[in-house]
Design a protein around this ligand. Structure first.
Ligand code: TNX
Length: 675
């Protein structure tokens, strides 16, 4: 392992000169030498969302290496960077233009002639002509003195008829009847202790707890509940443990509102809340490949999901940038695939610096997380993204590529040859072993296999794949596909591959993988591209519609069960506004909390199509999440807005009410914007 010096005496600043300025659009990187020694025989490596793509040209230096957003630049031959001086290298003609301060390089280092890496301090990318202060941290939603409702509950329940006002009790003295009620109490106690450790929400009568009886009753839908208030105590009922837990969460929220904001909210003396969710699937997807989140972070995040009555955690465990789940049969997947760093098979990407960074979830950690989720009414759906998005997997198991493959194709994120090969028996052997291990770990009957963003040119240089394509579709299709080799696509968004040779090969692959999963009693989850070729069994699949609501409706019309998660509103890596000063991406659009809240996920759907609607989901892709203050700003309160869309009947939604209540909802890292 090479030494990594940590004293950052070199400084990197990056600039974006947008269209309309005096020069043509330019992405400039300026390195300054703040040491007292000249710097020579060096290169500069950077990573961060911005990619120097093949359409770009470089001035002031040479681009030595590029892997997605990792780039290595060399200064001109013989160049010496003297103390106090700067060197600028520029990229022109980039097909993606940075639009937000998190778009540019957010890590950098200098590599010296002995291969030592020296960290460089990096300032956020500035856009020329824009001096607005850069924002991070969640926007604060102050609780108003007068709110449109008297009790604080998010997502808003479907029937609230409460009256009277009690002095807010100090806490809740929970008195379960029966085993399921006792389990709901245990889960609620752990939940509130985790989220609000010093509030003592659950407390015995001796400490001022107000009596709450809790019992199972017949006649409720699976997640439905009823909370009945009286001056002597509260009764919570439901037909399941989760229903009871949800009743307690509603009660806990009412208690917090009344205790923390007594001028605005009350604790009722009479009346009841009768509640059930509008949609079965109220999901959150988290990409842990682009950035790693430790078990502690995942567990706390799950608590926040439960507090929002969100019930599906779609865990994106692999991608080009990393593989995050321990697989006994293939230890290389995590030994190699879970780590990035200078000199490793996966270089620093997306803001990870020269040091070794990353991690993976051991099987023990996953079991703990899955059990915690189950206790909170959350089903965990694992995703292994295949056959595309497999760069990390292929570093660990190169056998999944045709050894005779020549040339290259690039994914939309700029990874070369990142697809495992559908024409190899080895591919299925390895995947089936991996899926068997996942099935053993995850009780969910849904295994998500990704299937998104396979490039148009995938496998066009693989003799094995071309032979297979010839067998399925004939010589002409195979020849047309072979002609795609080395043709650069994907420079203005993900390729549409429907009808192409890549789609035919992917369809073959998916049909086979799905048949395997079905033989294990599992439903195949996939992004909407899994429908290409119309080969997967609709009765045993669930698709995630990330493009438009119309495209999701059309797939529902074809008979696919759908979860709706359109990128332009439900992708929480998209910025809150178009401003440069906002963090996040905006290739799919942008949405502030109100836009997300008021968005109708089934606009224009027919009744027949709605029969195939399972629910809604927000997706947290992690490319811009190098900074946890960015995470909080992007995810909250939009996560709660999605939760209310999933839970509350459309006619009962009100953004004005949501705005007044959402300030009481917890956020993951507790980082708020400076006021
Ligand atoms: C598209 S939409 C992706 C992800 C990226 C995301 C960034 C889809 C299924 N794939 O690989 O992380 O955009 O917004």
């Amino acid at each position: 392992m090479m030494a990594i010096a940590t004293k950052a005496k070199y400084q990197l600043e990056t600039f974006w000169v947008p269209e309309g300025q005096e020069e043509s659009p330019v992405y400039a990187l300026r390195l300054t030498n703040n040491t007292d020694q000249p710097l020579e025989n060096f290169t500069l490596c950077v990573s961060g969302p911005a990619r120097i793509d093949p359409a770009a040209s470089v001035e002031g230096g040479t681009l030595l290496k590029r892997l997605s957003n990792h780039a290595e630049f060399a200064p001109p031959e013989g160049f010496v960077l003297r103390p106090g001086e700067s060197w600028t290298v520029k990229a022109l003609g980039m097909s993606y233009h940075p639009k937000h301060w998190t778009d540019g390089a957010n890590a950098g280092y200098v590599v010296l002639s002995d291969n030592d890496a020296v960290s460089v301090s990096v300032a956020p990318t500035r856009a020329k002509g824009d001096n607005a202060a850069l924002t991070r941290g969640a926007v604060i939603y102050p609780v108003p003195n007068v709110a449109p409702v008297s009790v604080s509950v998010v997502p808003w329940p479907n029937a609230v008829s409460v009256s009277g006002r009690l002095a807010p009790p100090a806490g809740l003295d929970l008195r379960p009847e029966g085993g399921e009620a006792a389990a709901a109490v245990r889960a609620f106690k752990a939940l509130t202790e985790g989220l609000f450790p010093v509030e003592g929400i659950v407390r015995p009568a001796a400490e001022g707890g107000f009596p709450i009886s809790l019992s199972l009753a017949d006649g409720f839908a699976p997640e439905a509940y009823n909370v009945r208030f009286s001056a002597a105590g509260v009764a919570v009922s439901g037909s399941t443990r989760t229903g009871l837990l949800y009743g307690l969460i509603t009660l806990g929220q009412i208690l917090r509102g009344a205790r923390l904001h007594p001028e605005t909210f009350l604790f009722p003396a009479a009346g009841e809340i009768i509640d059930e969710p509008a949609l079965v699937w109220r999901g959150v997807h988290l990409d842990v490949a682009r950035q790693f989140y430790a078990t502690a972070e995942i567990e706390h995040f799950l608590r926040i999901l439960a507090w929002n009555k969100l019930n599906r955690f779609h865990w994106h465990l692999s991608d080009d940038e990393a593989w995050r789940v321990e697989i006994d049969a293939y230890p290389a997947l995590t030994e190699i695939g879970a780590w990035r760093g200078h000199g490793l098979k996966i270089p620093p990407l997306l803001g990870s610096g020269p040091q070794v960074t990353g991690g993976y979830y051991s099987k023990a950690a996953i079991r703990e997380i899955v059990a915690q989720a189950a206790s909170l009414g959350i089903e965990v759906i694992p995703e292994i993204d295949v056959p595309g998005h497999c760069y990390a997997m292929l570093q660990a198991i190169p056998d999944l590529r045709d050894p005779g493959e020549v040339g290259s194709f690039y994914s939309v994120q700029g990874f070369p040859v990142n697809c495992i090969n559908p024409a190899r028996e080895q591919t299925y052997r390895v995947l089936e072993t991996i899926f068997d291990e996942l099935i053993e770990l995850f009780p969910s009957k849904i295994i998500h296999i990704g299937a998104d963003e396979v490039p148009l040119g995938a496998w066009s240089g693989s003799p094995e794949a071309l032979a297979r394509l010839r067998d399925i579709s004939g010589e002409a299709v195979a020849a047309a596909h072979a002609a795609r080799l080395n043709v650069i696509t994907n420079t203005h968004g993900a390729d549409e591959i429907d009808g192409s040779g890549a789609a035919v090969l992917q369809a073959e692959f998916l049909a086979r993988v799905q048949a395997f999963l079905a033989s294990r009693g599992c439903v195949t989850g996939g992004w909407q591209e899994a429908a290409h070729g119309n080969v997967i069994d609709k009765g045993r699949s669930l698709l995630f519609g990330w493009r438009t609501v119309e495209a999701s409706a059309a797939l529902a019309g074809e008979g696919y069960d759908m979860v709706v998660c359109p990128g332009q509103v439900y992708y929480l890596d998209m910025a809150n506004s178009q401003a440069w000063s906002e963090p996040g991406a905006s290739w799919a659009g942008w949405s502030d909390p109100e836009k997300l809240y008021t968005f109708d996920p089934v606009e224009g759907w027919s009744d027949a199509q709605k029969k195939h609607l399972l629910g809604v989901q927000c997706c947290i892709w992690s490319e811009p999440m190098t900074d946890r203050g960015v995470f909080d700003r992007l995810v909250f309160p939009r996560l709660s807005a999605l939760a209310e869309t999933g839970w509350t009947q459309p006619q009962r939604k009100s953004f004005q009410r949501f705005e007044a209540l959402v300030g009481l909802m917890p956020i993951l890292y507790g980082i708020y914007a400076e006021q």
